[in-house]
Design a protein around this ligand. Structure first.
Ligand code: SF4
Length: 363
């Protein structure tokens, strides 16, 4: 069945959004004008990738106080930027944001969607979101929430992402008719709050025209993608101190935890636990969950007498400088633990094994 015209079908979204919209620190009051601060839109959209609104709000406020302009961010050093992002996860976004700010500071804002999409870390979805919300360009932004709403509304079989180009073309007249910023945010809001994976159709402004609802198929549209189970691992997470210094892994340039300082880790499968040594302190472990992996983490603290030549990539950091370094969530937990009293471990690796693992191979 052909799709009805988007501008008429989606018309109830505009008054619904006016009534329910939340007052968010990056949201402009006037949804018909270009946003007074496109940089605020850029920051919010990068932060909102993979993170809930409630978590983002305090980070956004602190970020804008710390880096109030594109230029302030472009001129900041990487450790400061990562430190401001600490706890928000997916740290690539912080590096992308800084790289995008550097390009905009040097060349100005791109004048079209292609230029925005081409900025580091943006891509088709975020480029369109910034284009429509910051500049009022009729660029449809389709994230997972928007795809779910449209799949149900139009009764699209299979993965709606496969029809992304068609859906974008179909949406353009609706953005032109009702305002790009308003429609983009309304569609996102509906997907986030009403047309959630389990939809609350009773409160939906599109309920009278939703084909999935009419066909009683909201539970199966769109189909849920099967995820590969995360890889499991177990590790010792070690804070090793000597002469008022702590041993940390310097940030990697690439990968999941790029830009972040880390505690040394040892594979718990290959480094066995023995009856606890008195020089070690341990705390109860926890499971750290990442997108594709689950780590069973056992935190340890060991103080040795003298600093030794550390293995490649490890650095001795003065203890009072630790709080200024950007650490990921897992490593922040051990940083917090070493400031609290621990307990003697019943079972932990031999301290000599831990120290050897962190030392440079002897010549
Ligand atoms: S009626 Fe239900 S399934 Fe359809 S768009 Fe609204 S919330 Fe989603």
């Amino acid at each position: 069945m052909p799709w009805p015209a988007a501008s008429a079908l989606l018309a109830p979204l505009a008054p619904w959004f006016e009534a329910v919209r939340r007052d968010l620190p990056w949201r402009a009051p006037d949804l018909d004008a270009p946003h007074p601060d496109p940089y605020a839109v850029l920051v919010s959209e990068l932060m909102l990738q993979q993170t809930q609104v409630a978590t983002v709000v305090p980070y956004f406020i602190r970020w804008m106080a710390r880096f109030p302009t594109i230029r302030a961010l472009a001129e900041a050093d990487e450790d400061t930027v990562h430190k401001a992002w600490e706890g928000l996860g997916y740290y690539r976004r912080a590096r992308f944001l800084k790289a995008a700010a550097s390009r905009i500071a040097a060349e100005g804002w791109p004048g079209d969607l292609e230029g925005l999409t081409d900025l580091p870390g943006l891509g088709p979805y975020t480029g369109a979101a910034v284009g429509s919300i910051a500049f009022q360009w009729p660029a449809p932004a389709l994230d997972g929430n928007a795809f779910r709403v449209l799949a149900r509304l139009l009764l699209i079989e299979g993965d709606p992402k496969a029809r992304a180009a068609e859906l974008r073309g179909w949406l353009v007249p609706a953005l032109e008719a009702h305002g790009p910023s308003r429609m983009t945010q309304a569609l996102m809001e509906l997907g986030a709050t009403v047309c959630a994976p389990t939809p609350a159709c009773g409160g939906c402004p599109l309920a009278d025209r939703c084909r999935a609802r009419q066909a009683d198929r909201t539970g199966e549209i769109p189909p849920v993608a099967r995820r590969t189970p995360p890889k499991a691992s177990a590790l010792w997470l070690l804070a090793l101190e000597a002469e008022g210094h702590l041993l940390l892994q310097a940030p990697a340039a690439k990968g999941l935890l790029a830009g972040l300082w880390r505690w040394p880790t040892l594979d718990a499968e290959t480094v066995p636990a023995t009856p606890g040594a008195p020089s070690l302190i341990a705390w109860p472990g926890w499971t750290q969950v990442y997108t594709h992996r689950r780590e069973s983490v056992s935190p340890l603290f060991l103080r040795v007498e003298a600093r030794f030549t550390a293995a490649d990539g490890l650095r001795w950091i003065p203890r009072d400088e630790l709080s200024a370094l950007p650490l990921g969530k897992r490593d922040q937990r051990l940083r917090d633990l070493i400031a609290t009293p621990g307990q003697r471990p019943l079972e932990a690796p031999d301290p000599a094994v831990l120290t050897r693992a962190c030392a440079a191979p002897s010549a």
